[in-house]
Design a protein around this ligand. Structure first.
Ligand SMILES: [Zn+2]
Length: 256
């Protein structure tokens, strides 16, 4: 269900109840239920990237081949990104790195390494602020443009892929991304590698959900993710899954 449809149904429900309140004297309390449902759906739609609530988001490939893609958010990270790169190189596996603009300064050489190794780079906002979702359309555009410039200055490439911070979408965020011609990319498997206690639990979660076309969300920010990455790559190899770039899986371009 999309945002527009949800909003229209809400408006119709509120209008009917308003009419009944005015002309038939029913209790004002009847407004509570549709309002609560509407609010619940808005929260669900904003927090669930696969819901496509405000616009189209790529969350998995249509591939029926045993192909999956890996993505790493929140870098570049001085300590862990180079280790992720060397593990990927060992397995000859491509990945997409959704970088935070403010993390680029001082880590330009790491960004260059990502690019030189043939991995793709995506935009993951500039600040990744906890309050980023309250930004206006222009506020989101500034986030995207600022990061795109930082990446362009290092790699000479113009980004086309955008992953919303925290996977939260809002009407302003989607409009900003669409206006700037970004493809919004989510995931089909959230590893929760930043919050889950052990690599073992994360591995189980990932392996249970792997299927053709899957996009796995990881973060190049911890030692735990390195263990998860190795085991995911081993699992893929053992089960004949091929790791492909997100661009290939989704048949879209990473750069302009
Ligand atoms: Zn993030």
């Amino acid at each position: 269900m999309t945002f527009n449809l949800t909003r229209n149904i809400f408006i119709i429900a509120i209008s009917i109840i308003g009419f009944l309140i005015l002309f038939f004297g029913i209790s004002l309390g009847w407004l509570v239920l549709p309002s609560a449902v509407f609010l619940g759906l808005i929260i669900y739609g904003s927090a669930t990237i696969q819901a496509n609530f405000y616009g189209s988001v790529y969350c998995y490939g249509e591939s029926i081949e045993k192909e999956i893609a890996l993505s790493f958010d929140d870098g570049p990270n001085r300590e862990f990104t180079p280790q992720v790169l060397s593990t990927l190189a060992q397995y000859n596996a491509p990945a997409t790195f959704f970088v935070i603009g403010k993390n680029i300064q001082g880590n330009e050489s790491i960004l260059k390494q990502i690019d030189a190794a043939g991995h793709s780079i995506g935009n993951h906002s500039y600040t990744h602020s906890f309050f980023v979702d309250f930004k206006s359309v222009q506020g989101f555009k500034d986030e995207l443009i600022h990061t795109a410039e930082s990446v362009f200055n290092v790699t000479g490439k113009r980004l086309k892929l955008f992953r919303p911070p925290y996977g939260v979408t809002t009407p302003h965020l989607v409009k900003a991304a669409n206006d700037l011609n970004y493809s919004i990319v989510g995931w089909s498997i959230r590893s929760f590698d930043t919050t889950t206690a052990t690599a073992q639990i994360i591995n189980r979660r990932i392996q249970k959900q792997i299927k053709p076309g899957a996009i796995i969300l990881l973060h190049d920010t911890s030692d735990k993710t390195l263990q998860v990455l190795k085991q995911t790559l081993d699992f893929a190899k053992k089960n004949d899954y091929k790791i492909v770039g997100i661009e290939q899986l989704l048949k879209i371009k990473a750069y302009e």
